[in-house]
Design a protein around this ligand. Structure first.
Ligand SMILES: Nc1ncnc2c1ncn2[C@@H]1O[C@H](COP(=O)(O)OP(=O)(O)OP(=O)(O)O)[C@@H](O)[C@H]1O
Length: 254
């Protein structure tokens, strides 16, 4: 089966620093794949290359059968690859529901004139955007906070809002950069349930960077380990957990 995302030879240099060196990665539809590795291994740099925030120095990124390396971020997002960031990035002064509407406006194809004259197609898009926002607020259990300013939400709720903000754009690949960072055990458990539900009930494919090894081992179908920018190992959670090189480079540290 052709993978949804197929990355080969991904390389990123910052001046003299080779941050990512020949990383390969395959993500199949409806899989949850995790990328792990010690601090500074190059995980976020891989995300930045995949999502168009960085132009990779070398390598091929094929998403849904199409080469996308070097495309700008907004074009990658429109193709259905959506990410969150290591640190929460919401429009903090907007309400919860406004955050979800803005995300959809950014990906809508309606023109400014259509908005100005409120054409029927524009009104239909607006209605659908509102319905999608309500639907995802319910799914991430934030419906009662719809009109609250985003900054007043608890940290775990802000994390869930970020995921809802991705989901309203109807992605096929959701990329989460350390989604459990700063969460308490209860919130981490809820996050795990949410990610599983997105895959099981919404046909979503997930690529995850995460340091919480319990979460990674519990949730992943496949794990890719990178160390100092280079691929170290990959396999099922069981295979990775028992790989001596991984234990030495990473798990041994925790
Ligand atoms: N924009 C940049 N300019 C220069 N160096 C960078 C840049 N971004 C990342 N790096 C360097 O690339 C290397 C990999 O960093 P990266 O953030 O990708 O690692 P990581 O595996 O995500 O780490 P962590 O788990 O700590 O988030 C590090 O040495 C980092 O300092």
């Amino acid at each position: 089966m052709t993978p949804l995302l197929d990355v080969t030879g991904l390389t990123m240099r910052f001046g003299g620093l080779l941050a990512v060196d020949g990383v390969a990665l395959q993500v199949h539809e409806k899989q949850i794949v995790s990328m792990i590795g010690p601090n500074g291994a190059g995980k976020t740099t891989v995300f930045n290359c995949l999502t168009g925030f960085y132009k990779p120095s070398d390598g091929k990124i094929v998403f849904r059968g199409e080469e996308i390396q070097g495309l700008p971020g907004f074009k990658v997002a429109r193709k259905g690859m959506i990410r969150t960031f290591q640190h929460v990035r919401l429009f903090k002064e907007m309400t919860v529901v406004e955050n979800l509407l803005v995300a959809q406006h950014q990906s809508m194809n309606t023109s400014m004139l259509a908005g100005l004259f409120k054409t029927p197609s524009y009104r239909r898009s607006e209605k659908e955007a509102m319905e999608r926002a309500a639907y995802w607020l319910e799914r991430v259990n934030l419906h009662e906070f719809a009109n609250r300013t985003a900054s007043t939400l608890a940290y775990g709720q802000q994390r869930r809002l970020e995921i809802a903000r991705c989901m309203v754009t109807q992605p096929s690949l959701l990329m989460l950069d350390e989604p459990a960072a700063g969460l308490n055990p209860r919130e981490t458990h809820d996050l795990k349930e949410l990610i599983s539900e997105l895959r099981d009930n919404h046909d979503l494919t997930v690529l995850l960077i995460e340091h919480d090894m319990k979460l990674v081992m519990d949730i992943s179908d496949h794990i890719v380990v990178i160390n100092q920018g280079t691929p170290l190992a990959e396999g099922t959670p069981e295979q990775v957990r028992n790989n001596p090189a991984v234990i030495k480079a990473y798990l041994g540290e925790t």
